[in-house]
Design a protein around this ligand. Structure first.
Ligand SMILES: [Mn+2]
Length: 333
């Protein structure tokens, strides 16, 4: 038996579904985790292990490393990921790493020769939902389907997963993984489709409210403790609505009242991975993610300084500002 630990977003779900399409792994057990929880969650694993789409977290790196090392003495470990790595993995771990593509694409390419034909559809869904369909392979594979039906399925999956938030969430997610691995599409899975419609209808209302609540600095839009809604979507909405470089959705943590979590989204104009971590490290915070989508944690009383430094940094960079909508409207150009 093999155990799969994956992320509970669409990229993680599609990665696990691809793996379960392979005969050898069809009975693998699927568990869901996150960067800070990985080291804890793999404690006591006594099976072959596959990890997908989970960033190696800097703070728990040593613990995770030693647990992986211990497991790897007796079992195989595959680690598929596309987040930046704070350090190496134990030598016996098979590390399949590429920061330019989705975790789903990494898994798809690694197991390509063992996958059924319909795996391409699931590979595309994981990539689209992680904003990483703009790779040479995914762009070519997009031609296997028709854009509108493909994107509908991607939307049903991403939005439907947000709704499966109730009691037996992990069982629901396992069920989605299993059904996708058997060749069903999100449009075949009734509760995903119904959940997606509810989530989308709710978001329509939430966005209207959010775009009245955010604040701006010269180069970035931010919102502190938005009353509802998904952090990443809120960051996007205020990024777009403000016309600025970045959108930041900031939350005070209930469990750790001296800290804030910040979700940052950009327009691919700056590489967040080179800008944010050096600033965060000055304040002894932590940051992780991708060049255009990043999360960080910081002491609450350092937040203003962080925003100030980040804003100045953006001013100093030689980047073209985003186009203003009104400049793009005239037809004569
Ligand atoms: Mn991912």
């Amino acid at each position: 038996m093999t155990i799969i630990f994956t992320h509970l977003d669409a990229d993680g779900v599609c990665s696990a579904a691809l793996i379960k399409m392979i005969k050898k792994y069809s009975n693998a057990q699927v568990f869901f985790t996150h960067p800070a929880g990985l080291g804890h969650d793999i404690k006591g694993v006594e099976d072959d292990l596959i990890i997908c789409d989970i960033a190696l977290d800097k703070r728990s790196y040593n613990k995770t490393y030693s647990r992986l090392e211990k497991i790897s003495q007796n079992y195989s470990i595959h680690y598929f990921d596309h987040h930046s790595m704070p350090g190496p993995l134990p030598p016996a771990v098979i590390n399949i790493h590429n920061e330019k593509v989705s975790a789903t694409e990494i898994v798809y390419r690694y197991f390509y020769h063992e996958l059924p034909d319909y795996a391409d559809h699931i590979a595309l869904l994981g990539a689209i939902c992680d904003y990483l369909d703009n790779t040479p392979l995914m762009q070519e594979m997009l031609h296997h389907y028709e854009r509108r039906s493909l994107f509908l399925d991607a939307g049903l999956l991403a939005q439907g997963l947000m709704k499966s938030n109730s009691g037996s969430r992990y069982d629901t997610l396992r069920n989605v993984v299993k059904r996708l691995s058997k060749g069903e599409f999100p449009c075949d899975i009734k509760f995903l489709a119904e959940g997606a419609l509810k989530v989308s209808r709710r978001e329509k209302q939430i966005r209207k409210k959010i775009i009245t609540l955010y604040a701006k600095r010269e180069n970035l839009a931010y919102i502190i403790n938005p009353p509802f809604g998904s952090r990443s979507k809120i960051a996007y909405w205020i990024l777009g609505h403000s016309g600025l470089y970045l959108g930041l959705s900031i939350r005070h943590l209930k469990s750790k009242p001296n800290l804030v979590d910040i979700t940052i989204r950009g327009r691919n104009l700056v590489d967040l991975k080179t800008i944010i971590p050096p600033i965060i490290q000055k304040f002894d915070g932590s940051a992780g993610g991708h060049s255009n989508a990043l999360g960080c944690r910081l002491l609450k009383d350092k937040l203003d300084q962080f925003l100030e430094i980040l804003d100045n940094k953006l001013s100093s960079l030689p980047i073209n500002p985003p186009h203003a909508i009104k400049d793009l409207i005239p037809l004569e150009n």
